[in-house]
Structure formats: structure tokens, C-alpha cells
Design a protein around this ligand. Sequence first.
Ligand SMILES: Nc1ncnc2c1ncn2[C@@H]1O[C@H](COP(=O)(O)OP(=O)(O)OP(=O)(O)O)[C@@H](O)[C@H]1O
Ligand SMILES: [Mg+2]
Length: 574
Amino acid sequence: MFDKRLMKLCPESRKYIIGNIVLQWLELVLNAVMIGIVSFLIEELAESGRWDADLLLPVLLITVIARFFITRGAVRMSWLASSTVKKKLRGLIYDKLLRLGERYHEHVTTAELVQESVEGTEQLESYFGQYVPQFFYAFLAPLTLFVLFGIRGSWKTALVLLIAVPLIPGAIMMVQKIAKRILSRYWGKYTELGSSFLENLQGMTTLKTYQADAYKNEQMNRESEEFRRVTMMVLTMQLNSVTIMDFVAYGGAAIGIIIASGEFLNGRIGIADAIFMILLSADFFLPMRRLGSYFHVAMNGMAASDRIFRFLNTEDPAEGSLSAAHGDIVMDRVSFSYDGEREVLHEISLKAVEHQFIGIVGESGSGKSTIASMIMGRIQPTSGTVSLAGIPIAEIKRDSLMKEITAISSGSVFFKGTLRENLSVNGEYSDQEMIQALAKAQLHELLNNGKGLDTELLENAENLSGGQRQRLAIARAYLLNSPVWILDEATSNIDSESEELILNSILAERNRRTLIFITHRLANTAAADHIYCLKDGKVAEHGTHRELLAQDGEYAKLWNTQILLEQYGKEEPK
Ligand SMILES: Nc1ncnc2c1ncn2[C@@H]1O[C@H](COP(=O)(O)OP(=O)(O)OP(=O)(O)O)[C@@H](O)[C@H]1O
Ligand SMILES: [Mg+2]
């Protein structure tokens, strides 16, 4: 009934849980005192026709006031316990995300993550705030009442009631078996539905374009129907078990009342004791009964926590501890496969000498972007080594590597906010510096709308064109000013006129930083110090543009095709 992992998760919450139990217990004792006083007064009234309440009434009043504060205290303890746990758990999820970095979606989908860290932890609130303290209190309360009933004269009533109490946890345990299976299905369906909802929403344009929205709509309807069904199963199960527990609880209390009345009628106990036991019989069962209803919410929390723990227990990506140094980037006989089956890089060896301009060209799918990801440390070679200044990339601290190498690709991300905010994500730059960077990236046109650096960008800079976004990524790289740039099709969406201007401005950097330029368009890298031409994941040829043309191999073939295509484009239509 307890999840050990959850209990170990947050030892800080233990004191609040204990506090809660103690306060609830005090509440019960005060309740007994109150009822004791009332029953005593009734007895006096019945026997002598009047009561002497001078002393008892103030005591009753004090008890009522004390109970009020104790109840409030218990609620506060419950809140403290659950909020510490929630905070701790969200902190753990957040830290894990930071460690996983951009690779988090290899382990969970975004929708799943949001559901688990928001709703999942919310469910755990009841686990720590209510279920766990109630678990102990539900045993403590009947034992306390057992002793009190015994002292008041009827061990028989006390014993019968005590024996009946465990029927409730018995019923709970029976339900638990079924509940566990249903709840894990419930969470599975829930996150599935969440994921497809998010995915479909984000891909709405594509779905509309291919008229696939009706089909997806149907698919989602099917999924939500399944979710509805499993939700109904959960509710039915809860309702049924509540009925059973109610039956046991109120049936048990009724038995207690009947026995106590019988004892009174037989003259074995006085009227005060009889009233005391009649009024408190239900309290034997109510804590256990409440435990039963908390139990369902707790089970839901536990099912959610299974998924949270699965995420928290995924292996952290290996991160090195060394600092990056300036120097050459060397790949030595590197092979790589994404899925462990199909190799996409075969024994690639290449070298980007510091401050040189290196071109990597080749057909689509030949492995160029895979090489870029590997140099950025996002993926590790299956065999062979990649190093920067002689240090294997895998041994370099991520932060340090990011400072050393900047990747500029068509997939760069921007945030909703001003141009200024998007340019200074990684530090503070003066307006002058930002404007200079924009000019170098041929993007000064953005400043001409009267708002300058305060121009608002939409989420992911959707109010810019593809080419403008690429130029913005380049402007950002100018500001970051790291010693190595990897440009992966960084100018593919830019019109040839601005492309040439940008290339010139990038080339002006060629002796100040290492430039690794990945492109389809061979003309862009013709001036490089060294060009690697890939084919099917292998280095087919390498050398300078002239050398490669002289070899008359793969590179020359690609070059000639592109020249032909470009000339064809320039010919006057007849
Ligand atoms: N995340 C991935 N998971 C599995 N396979 C992948 C993944 N990314 C790329 N591949 C495969 O690896 C091979 C090389 O892809 P890569 O993206 O490196 O090619 P590229 O040379 O950059 O192509 P392009 O010029 O079209 O950008 C391709 O066959 C591709 O299908
Ligand atoms: Mg690519």
C-alpha cells in the first residue's frame, strides 16, 4: 500500500506527515472529551432533572476552541507535506530535463512530460497530504477508541467494533489488484491522447494541406473514446468500492450502537456511557472509510509516479569534465549508426585545421548533418574518435563545448520577444554591437521599420521569412563570437544576391575562426582551404577545389552538373 520510492523521495515532508497524524489524533481525543462531557450532562439531567454545568460548560467551550485550531493545524500540515513533495518532484524533473538537454524527447514526448509534471505531481499531492497520514491515523483512531470504550465499561462493544474495522482495508486490498491495472492503462491512454493532440495541433497546416485532417480527427475521436471508456472504468471501480466500504463502515457502526444499547438495557452500563459509545461508534470506522476514498486518489498518484520515476531513472547522457581548448577538429576513422543496424557513416577521417575554411559537400543523405551533430557532441561515434585540440569531444563539458563551437543551421530556434532579446540570449551586448552583427548578416532591413531592435518577433520568428531567419541565426553567431562555426545549409533559403554578401562577410572571418561549411551548392565552398566530398557515408575525395576538379571524380561530376543547371537557368528563354 506504500510506495517505498515515493517515501524516500522527500524525507523533508516526514515531519509534516507526523505532525498531521498527531494533530488528527488530538482532534479525536478532544472530540471524545466533548462527547464525554455532553453525555455526562445528559445523564445528570436524566437522573436529577437538572444539571450542574458551572465547571463543565467552560471546559466544553475551551475544547471546542482548541479543536478548531487543531483542525486548522492539521490542514496546514497536510498542505505543507504535499507542497514540499510537489516542489521537490518538479525540481527533480526539471534538473533531469536540464541534464538531458535537447535529447529529452528521446525518452518522453513533450505532452507526456507536461502531463506528468503538472497533473501527475498534482495527484501526488493527495498521496502525501492525505493518504499517508490517514493510513496511520486510520489504525491509531480505532485503537484509541477501543481503549476509551473499554474504560467506559463495555469491552464487549469495543472488541466487536475493533474486529469489524479491518474489513475495510480488506476490501481496499481486493480493489487494489484491479485498480493497479486499470490505472496504468488510464495513464497510458491519457498521455497517448495528449501526445497526438499536441502533434496534430502543431502539424495542422500540413494536415490541412494533405487533407489528412479528417482522418486524424477520426483517429483522435477513437483515442478519446478509448480514454472515455477507461475513465469510466476507473470511476465505476471507485464507486463500487466506495459502496462496499460504506456498507462495512455504517453497518459496523450500527452493530456498535445495537450492542451498546443492549448493554444499557441490561443495566450493565449507565446512560452516559451508552450515549458516549453510541455517538462515537461511527468514529471507529470513519477514518478507515476516509482512507479508502483517499486510497483511490493515491493509487492514481502512484500510477503517475511510476511514469515519473521511469523518466527520472533514464540514464543521464555522458558528459565530460574537461574544458575545451582552441585547436584543430579531427575525426579519425569514425563510423556511426542511428539505430544500431544501418551504418550512416563509414570510417570517416577528416581534419578541420584551426582558422581554416573547410567545405563538406555531397549528395542529400550522404551524412553531412550527421557529421555536424557529432562535432557538436550531440551523438557519439560507434567507433573511431572525434576530437577538438586533441581532446575527445565526449570528454569536454557541454557548456564549454558550446562556447567553443556554434552551429548555424536552418533549424535554429527563436523565441517570442523583441529582436534585442533574441540576439542577446547568451549575454549582454550593446545596441551598437547588435546592429553591427545584423549588418554583417545582411539583415539591417529589419531595423528599418522605425522600431529598430525593439521589433517584435512571434514565436519561432514566424513573422520573418525563411531567409531572414537564417540571417538572424548568423547575426546571433556573430555576437556569440565562438572560435568554430559549423554552418549546415545555413544560407540555403537566402536569395543569391544576399547569399553572396553574407558569404563574403563570413569569408572575411576565415583567418579568425575555423569555418566548417556544409552545403549542397559547391560554388559556396569553392574557395575553401580543403573540401571533403562525401558519398554514401564515406569520404569519396578530398582536396582543394582545383585538385578535386583535376581528379575528375565524384566532386567534378557534381560540379559540372551544378554548373550546367545554373547556366540553364540563366539562358534567355527563346
Ligand atoms: N535522427 C535520425 N535517425 C535515424 N536516421 C537518421 C537520422 N538523421 C539522419 N538519418 C539518416 O542518416 C543518413 C545521413 O543523414 P544526414 O542528415 O547526415 O544527411 P545529409 O548529408 O545532411 O543530407 P541533406 O543534404 O539532405 O541534409 C540518412 O540516410 C538519414 O536517413
Ligand atoms: Mg543535412
